[in-house]
Design a protein. Structure first.
Length: 484
């Protein structure tokens, strides 16, 4: 789960005993009780680990067990000549379980460290599963240029799933869950900072402007990268610097206590010493699984495609992200199901920012390091991009800008969510069945960019919201007052 997504409009402060409280997303409170439901206790209070939610502990054990088949095969099987599909399934399962463990541990980790440190560390944790797979392909590309395509495939697939599928799905799930509730006024919708669907609209808090601005800058910059023909150290410098500025700015934003659900909430109720021990064990185990699985998972996907005559690019683009992104999708959808569509949407937006900046930026660095150690290094000053990679990168950037234009007024309606999800699915299916795939992709790129311009130019609400962004940022970062 992304480390940056909870802003309540006030500074996060400890209570009188210097501790931080865990928020129950169902009660939306830290102390008040709802009849028939016990609130999550203060994180410093003694809670017997055995009294935690049994289902949550079973989920943690199940996530760890996902790696067991691969560990067994790794010790007794032939990882080089073994069945590629079996290797891909076992390693993919291990990475899926590790991603869940990292997601839960990252959420609870926010209770034990300063916000600034949490932002720096948790952002790295959030992209670790995706980064591990991309890093394998970028490293291999330093000696085998054909591997470069797969690094771009995994990255673009992850981002398009987050934006095209994730954003729309969260709003639609929340609407489906709340469609029978009484309608509220527009003023009530704007006052609902948890993102409840009101009158068919999810409203984001003004502080979310920071993520939207960072994502807009990264998306516009990524439109330039394909015309250079490579992802190089200059791109790394720009995008990683953008991420550092974003992380610093986020540390200054007013923030509330993190919303913990499921296993994260159960671990968060433990004593500080026990909680930290559990978090540490989850981090170490998940990192070890990813380290031992990423290379074989990447190789297994490519060999599986070749064995069955399936386009390896498509397998890497869509199957690999499904394993690494599943925890974030499920957490975001769980928020939406519980009526917190805004929290779920903010989670995915922040994750998209992390991937567009930190993940994309470091691909060129890994490639250059790989060149240094390669016996016969690939010629070039950066990760090479061919025509297909160029199309995919431009398409992903265009989709991000289209989605940003949709929520430029800090709202995403049911119609907008359905349109975003529909366009994503149309492009996904159309690219596979089109007789001229390249022409279809360029039509979709032009359509997304044209749609973004149309949404901004024809909507007064969006234009006025964009004009307020500078004052919102100054106020949120403590440099001024938001103009009303």
């Amino acid at each position: 789960m992304s480390p940056v997504h909870q802003h309540s409009g006030r500074r996060n402060r400890p209570d009188r005993r210097g501790t931080t409280r865990v928020i129950d997303p169902e009660t939306h409170s830290t102390g008040g009780a709802v009849p028939g439901r016990s609130p999550i206790r203060n994180s410093s209070e003694h809670v017997d680990p055995g009294s935690g939610d049994l289902k949550s502990w079973l989920l943690i054990i199940a996530a760890m067990a996902c790696a067991v088949p691969w560990f067994i095969y790794l010790s007794v099987g032939d990882v080089v000549a073994g069945p590629p599909i079996m290797i891909a399934i076992m390693t993919g399962g291990g990475i899926l379980g590790a991603a869940f463990l990292l997601s839960w541990a990252a959420e609870v980790f926010q209770l034990d460290v300063s916000q600034a440190l949490a932002l720096a560390l948790l952002a790295l944790i959030a992209v670790l599963p995706e980064y591990a797979i991309d890093a394998v392909f970028a490293w291999n590309a330093a000696s085998d240029p054909t591997q470069a395509a797969y690094a771009v495939a995994n990255m673009t697939g992850s981002n398009r799933l987050l934006v095209g599928f994730g954003w729309g799905a969260v709003v639609l799930v929340a609407w489906f869950r709340s469609r029978g509730r009484a309608k509220l006024s527009r003023n009530a919708a704007q006052a609902t900072d948890d993102g409840t669907v009101v009158n068919g609209v999810v409203t984001l808090p003004p502080e979310q402007a920071l993520e939207l601005v960072a994502l807009a800058i990264a998306s516009v910059y990524s439109l330039v990268i394909p015309f250079k023909g490579r992802i190089d150290l200059f791109d790394a410098g720009f995008l990683v610097t953008l991420f550092c500025v974003y992380a610093w700015a986020t540390s200054r934003l007013p923030s509330g206590d993190p919303h913990l659900v499921g296993p994260a909430a159960t671990v968060g109720k433990l004593r500080p010493s026990g909680r930290r021990a559990v978090i540490g064990a989850m981090f170490v185990f998940a990192t070890a699984v990813i380290f031992m699985s990423a290379h074989h998972f990447a190789d297994g996907l490519v060999r599986t495609g070749k064995s069955f005559g399936i386009d390896e690019f498509v397998l890497v683009q869509w199957l690999a992200p499904l394993a690494s992104e599943a925890p974030e999708f499920l957490v975001a959808l769980l928020f939406a199901w519980r009526g917190l569509a805004g929290a779920g949407l903010r989670t995915l937006i922040s994750s998209t920012v992390n991937q567009w900046t930190l993940l994309v930026g470091t691909l060129g660095v890994v490639f250059r390091i790989g060149q240094y150690y390669a016996v016969n290094p690939t010629v070039g000053a950066g990760l090479p991009l061919d025509m297909r990679q160029t199309e995919e990168l431009l398409l992903t950037s265009a989709l991000s800008l289209f989605a940003l234009a949709m929520i430029a007024n800090f709202e995403l309606s049911i119609r907008g969510a359905a349109a975003l999800l529909g366009f994503f699915l149309f492009q996904l299916v159309g690219a596979q069945i089109a007789t001229d795939r390249t022409a279809f992709q360029w039509v979709m790129i032009a359509s997304f960019l044209t749609g973004a311009v149309y949404l901004i130019s024809t909507s007064r609400d969006r234009r006025e919201a964009l004009m307020r962004v500078p004052s919102i940022l100054r106020s949120s970062l403590g440099f001024g007052t938001t103009a009303r």
